[in-house]
Design a binder for this molecule. Structure first.
Ligand code: AMP
Ligand code: ZN
Length: 437
């Protein structure tokens, strides 16, 4: 069976045709996956020895989940299903202790992903006449480079500004008359709060849209961003394990994010029993990538909590939508868009002989951005009058933490016994940012 559709047709397929396309692609991915020892074992255990053992998309339910842990355990090349010479790029996720989780892309894989990022930008009303300033970090993180390629493919005027350097962002926005930006929601609010401090005024800009993602945010935050800049802001969801941005994207109707189901199989499972849930029920999002031959990942537990938004979208796209992400099932923190696991911090602190056993991780808002404070008790031996020693130790810990979690924390020392001790389970993380406000 040959199924050839234009990208526009694919977005409007009825459910039956979409499932046929998914099945075709799923079988291809199964064939790829079986080239890795990891999936040979996993799929073999579920009775799947070749793609012909799959007769319906529902067969996916027989396959055990894949986790972040699995990706780490197979580092560096255990999940590579093509030859290394076919790989043209790799990416990695932030926020894992020790080994990163890595994905590989062939040129074909990149073209498929670029198609989705282009499609997502079009869904928000972007055109080749737009000037696109990309304020997401470029690098191993998929946020920057991912949307960059789609914007170029769409023919937008692309400014690869990357993150940070707020004054330069304003200068570029003004001088090149940027109409679309891509940033984390917290950075958008930070930008707004800095306009006047940096010698600019809102009238200097002709901004029309912002693509916001990489971190959880509420409807209230979206509205704030929209009213501050008088623009439309669109929620963008993705994760490196599934390529990066453009797993799910809002269209101009802003009523949930379309999961591009021709490229991903979408499941929501109960957060405890992990059994599949019906549309409309909240649970953990589980995704299967259907368009990446170099790194097939099947039934990946994202740990993100959401639900499928029922009903048809006014835009006519038939891909189902998910609600904004309202939490996670693990302890991963997202700090200014960067994933941080408390265990990464603990690992660094605990190998320092100068530091005692009690520590605390505080996350709070400083202005519109997130601030990470790591408080720790120093051992009795290093209480000293020589502040130089303490200063040097603090700098060393900061450097090690930065190397591990990629962001700069504040480090605070306390004398032994000064940090609170719990009767029961230690409370190591205090997140004061509140409920997604
Ligand atoms: P990474 O693999 O480093 O790109 O991180 C992916 C994670 O970032 C996801 O699993 C989510 O927890 C979070 N994330 C990405 N986009 C969004 C979004 N639009 N809303 C909420 N969380 C998001
Ligand atoms: Zn829509």
């Amino acid at each position: 069976m040959i199924l050839t559709y234009t990208d526009d047709e694919i977005q409007r397929l009825d459910r039956e045709a979409l499932r046929s396309l998914q099945l075709l692609r799923f079988k291809k991915i199964i064939t790829q996956a079986l080239k890795t020892d990891f999936y040979k074992k996993k799929l073999g255990g579920a009775g799947i020895k070749n793609a012909e053992d799959i007769t319906s998309i529902d067969d996916i339910k027989k396959i055990p989940f894949t986790t972040k842990e699995d990706l780490r355990n197979t580092y560096p090349f255990g999940l590579l299903a093509s030859s290394k010479s076919d790989v043209v790029r790799m990416h990695a996720s932030s926020g894992t202790t020790g080994k990163p989780t890595v994905i590989y892309q062939s040129q074909n894989d990149l073209d498929n992903w670029t198609n989705l990022t282009r499609r997502s930008l079009i869904a928000t009303g972007c055109t080749c006449d737009d000037v696109f300033q990309n304020m997401m970090t470029y690098g191993l993180f998929t946020g920057g480079i991912g949307l960059h390629y789609g914007a170029e493919k769409l023919g937008m005027f692309v400014i690869p500004a990357s993150s940070g350097n707020t004054k330069r962002q304003f200068m570029l926005m003004k001088d090149f008359q940027t109409t679309v930006v891509h940033a984390t929601p917290s950075y958008m609010l930070h930008l707004f709060s800095e306009i006047e401090n940096m010698g600019f005024s809102p009238e200097d800009f002709v901004l029309k849209k912002a693509m916001i993602g990489a971190e959880p945010h509420s409807e209230e935050i979206r509205r704030k961003i929209e009213s501050c800049f008088s623009i439309d802001a669109y929620n963008s969801y993705g994760l490196s394990e599934m390529n990066g941005p453009s797993v799910a994207f809002e269209c101009t109707y802003k009523c949930g994010m379309h999961v591009w189901e021709d490229a991903y199989i979408l499941e929501i499972v109960d957060r405890n029993s992990l059994t599949p849930l019906e549309d409309g029920e909240q649970g953990e999002l589980v995704l299967t990538n259907l368009i990446r031959e170099s790194t097939p990942i099947i039934r990946y537990r994202t740990r993100d909590l959401t639900k499928v938004v029922s009903g048809k979208c006014e835009c006519g796209r038939t891909a189902r939508r998910i609600d904004r992400i309202f939490g996670r099932t693990d302890d991963m923190l997202i700090i200014n868009g960067v994933n941080v696991f408390p265990s990464q911090i603990e690992e660094v602190i605990m190998k320092m002989p100068e530091i005692g056993n009690n520590y605390r991780i505080l996350v709070r808002k400083k202005g519109t951005l997130d601030d990470l404070i790591v408080e720790m008790e120093v051992g009795p031996d290093i209480i000293t009058d020589d502040t130089r020693d303490l200063y040097q130790l603090k700098e060393r810990i900061k450097d090690e933490l930065k190397a591990s979690i990629t962001i700069n924390p504040h480090v605070e020392f306390h004398e032994p016994g000064q940090l609170p001790v719990q009767q029961g389970k230690a409370i190591r993380v205090v997140d004061e940012r509140g409920e997604l406000k």
